[in-house]
Design a binder for this molecule. Structure first.
Ligand code: NAD
Length: 407
């Protein structure tokens, strides 16, 4: 079937084959066929239009099960502002601004809080005023705090009622700096914010973007545990590694990255970033001798951006895109539409207490953490290397939690 139809998810045109490949595993074939019926046909001139339009309509009538119809209906129902309140901490920064913009356009977001310090490059109230003019139903409010003050004393209104708090607040890497160099300063920033979340929105999902994710997430999750809160509310954002792996595989194979889904497991720094190319059709088609370089390219992609920006920031735009993808998946999950994303979480899928793997987000947050799955010989070796490095970075975080407490 060469006819193309517009997928309302992203407004782009796809053939039936492309769409079914993309949604494989997410929807059963019948549900997908019904969804196809809801997609607008790309208009062609002349006879072809009438012919191609008539054919699948008959197919839709043949859909027998109410369940299948309900599923497809839920997928295609008109989008209205959802019921969720979201806060972006560090929302006036390099990542924070575009991330706030993307979250403001998510139909599941009813209220968006942009929080930052008084020294931020733009006052958060300005970012909020700017975003409040988008023709979206979301309400956007800015919150500011003086440097050196404690978030727990200032964020009651901002955080109360939040369902999702995205945290890009912190220092970015400068050229020559590793993510570990950043640990102490950023862990203290994250602790202040997580402490305020523990008090005002303990049931919210917290998505930590601030680096080094490999150590900060265990530190904050262990602090949550010490306070008898649920450590699985804390998620490390590693989505950018998947986004980059999909893009690079797309460039090599000539396939649309939208239909590529490379899981990236392990952690989120250097060799702990482990793309599993063999688990995706396009990735698996790449010659084995090209994989080590491609693997390295994904690992070093963040450094490539840091260097290209010449000390004036790290990956902000692609990170905002990736952070919003994860944020939107978490919200879709909370709204009852399960989504699978790779994320760095407290986990028992490996012999390490924190690990990035595929996570099913659903009502309540993390619904399920999926196993690593089948690896080839190269990937088995890489996994051992990644785990050895990740282990010591997790220990750094756990030590921090041992010597600190949330108020
Ligand atoms: P940035 O300096 O442009 O923005 C950071 C913002 O955080 C600033 O506006 C700053 O005022 C704010 N901030 C600092 N302390 C705060 C606090 N206590 N409360 C509220 N806001 C505070 O930096 P950036 O480029 O946006 O990067 C932010 C973080 O994200 C860095 O740690 C960076 O390393 C990390 N990062 C992560 C990924 C990832 O894939 N997870 C990718 C790129 C960057």
């Amino acid at each position: 079937m060469s006819e193309k139809r517009i997928d309302p998810e992203d407004g782009q045109a796809y053939t039936w084959d492309e769409l079914s490949e993309y949604y494989a595993g997410k929807y059963k074939k019948k549900a997908l066929a019904a969804y196809w019926e809801e997609c607008t046909v790309v208009k062609k001139k002349g006879k072809a239009k009438a012919k191609t339009k008539a054919e699948p309509k008959g197919k839709a009538k043949a859909e027998p099960k109410a369940k299948v119809k309900a599923k497809a209906k839920a997928k295609s129902k008109p989008r209205v502002a959802g019921p969720f309140k979201v806060c972006v901490c560090g929302g006036a920064g390099g990542i924070g601004q575009p991330l706030s913009m993307l979250m403001a356009t998510d139909p599941n977001v009813k209220e968006l809080c942009v929080f930052d310090l008084s020294v931020a490059m733009v006052p958060p109230a300005g970012v909020a005023a700017d975003l409040s003019h988008l023709e979206k139903p979301v309400k956007v409010t800015g919150y500011v705090m003086e440097v050196g003050k404690n978030p727990i004393d200032h964020l009651e209104e901002c955080l109360t009622g939040c369902d999702l708090v995205l945290i890009p607040a912190g220092m970015p890497r400068k050229p020559g700096m590793t993510r570990d160099d950043l640990f102490k300063v950023n862990a203290d920033i994250a602790k202040g914010l997580v402490e305020a979340c523990a008090k005002y929105c303990p049931n919210a999902m917290l998505a930590l973007i601030v680096n080094p994710v490999n150590s900060i997430v265990p530190a904050m999750a262990e602090l949550y545990k010490k306070k008898e809160l649920d450590p699985s509310k804390i998620v490390g954002v590693t989505t950018l590694d998947c986004v980059r792996a999909n893009k690079f595989v797309g460039e090599i194979t000539g396939k649309n990255p939208k239909f590529i889904n490379i899981p990236v497991i392990g952690g989120h720094a250097g060799i702990t970033i482990m793309p599993v190319f063999s688990q995706d059709k396009a990735g698996a088609s790449i010659d084995a001798d090209k994989i080590p370089d491609l693997d390295k390219k994904v690992q070093d992609a963040g450094t490539e951006v840091v260097n290209a920006k010449g000390g004036k920031g790290s990956a902000t735009l692609s990170m905002a895109y990736a952070g919003a993808r994860l944020g939107s998946s978490i919200l879709a999950g909370l709204a009852g539409r399960k989504r699978v994303e790779c994320a760095y979480v407290k986990s028992d899928v490996s012999d390490l207490p924190y690990f990035t793997s595929k996570v099913v987000f659903g009502p309540g947050g993390i619904n399920k953490i999926l196993p690593v799955g089948k690896l080839n010989e190269y990937e088995e070796k890489r996994l051992e290397e990644a785990k050895a490095q990740l282990k010591s970075e997790i220990e750094t975080g756990i030590k921090y939690a041992e010597s600190n407490n949330l108020a």
